[in-house]
Design a protein around this ligand. Structure first.
Ligand SMILES: Nc1ncnc2c1ncn2[C@@H]1O[C@H](COP(=O)(O)OP(=O)(O)OP(=O)(O)O)[C@@H](O)[C@H]1O
Ligand SMILES: [Mg+2]
Length: 254
């Protein structure tokens, strides 16, 4: 297993946002994480990526216990993520944002430019090349020199996805990477996600549109009120009465 959580739990004061979740992700999978608003999806991603400390439970990633480890340490091990609200440098072009993503994810990025060493110059050339490759992989080549603040919403989210590739993630956690997009933007984002997956990155994606999740994912995990209520292949999830109840309050099932 690439990722495994055991009885993972998070309380916020009296509220249990994530409750005893056991889940696992195999290398190469593309896993959908679904559930109604407030179910605990973002909290689960924040726990796994180290942005929140669990109240109890354990997380192992790539053979290591990472429970309570800080986000930058997890990133170094190959855990990447995007956010429900997209951060980017508005005054930078698409390409410059992607170059910046490498410096932000690097431990010693600032010293090289100051001393302008040969080692730095070699590294910089490699970064420019890799930024270009990530940009092409997600299909943003056509907006290479546009300022990020002028990009349509969907393109900004795809830019965030491409920036998350700078750490060369083994596992990429995507929190609503397709939220609020037009049809064209959705197509762009879906093909970007498919291509990132195809070149070897394991993915877990939070997405509200069930038909997109069904067509994209090979395994789906459903949470409701912080608890895992179902998991399985898309077909099993589609026909699971508890999932139908969680989404339609029983009316649909009746
Ligand atoms: N920092 C926090 N402090 C207190 N309560 C929080 C905090 N973060 C989340 N919660 C609560 O935890 C529960 C789960 O929230 P979470 O954001 O994980 O849900 P979600 O499944 O991502 O929802 P959505 O689909 O709306 O994004 C909610 O009741 C939310 O109000
Ligand atoms: Mg959320």
């Amino acid at each position: 297993m690439l990722l495994e959580t055991t009885a993972l739990t998070k309380h916020f004061g009296g509220l249990t946002a994530v409750s005893h979740v056991d889940m696992s992700i195999k290398e190469g999978q593309i896993v959908g994480l679904i559930g109604p608003n407030g179910a605990g999806k973002t909290t689960l991603i924040n726990l796994i990526s180290g942005f929140l400390r669990p109240t109890s439970g354990r997380i192992t990633f790539d053979g290591h216990d990472i429970t309570g480890k800080k986000p930058h340490l997890q990133a170094r091990m190959g855990m990447g993520r995007t956010f429900q609200i997209t951060p980017f440098f508005g005054e930078f072009s698409t390409f410059k944002n992607l170059v910046a993503s490498f410096y932000l994810s690097s431990d010693r990025g600032l010293w090289g430019p100051i001393f302008n060493t040969p080692g730095y110059r070699r590294k910089e050339a490699a970064i420019l090349k890799q930024a270009e490759e990530n940009m092409e992989l997600v299909g943003l080549g056509k907006v290479r020199d546009e300022l990020a603040k002028n990009l349509p919403h969907g393109y900004q989210k795809v830019l965030d996805l491409a920036a998350a590739l700078a750490i060369n993630p083994k596992l990429l956690l995507l929190d609503e990477p397709i939220g609020g997009m037009s049809q064209d933007e959705t197509d762009l984002a879906l093909s970007a996600i498919r291509r990132v997956h195809a070149q070897g990155t394991t993915i877990m994606i939070v997405e509200h549109n069930i038909s997109i999740v069904m067509s994209l994912c090979d395994h789906i995990i459903v949470i409701n009120y912080g608890e895992k209520i179902a998991e399985g292949a898309p077909e099993e999830i589609r026909n699971n009465p508890e999932v139908i109840r969680a989404y339609f309050g029983g009316e649909y099932a009746a």
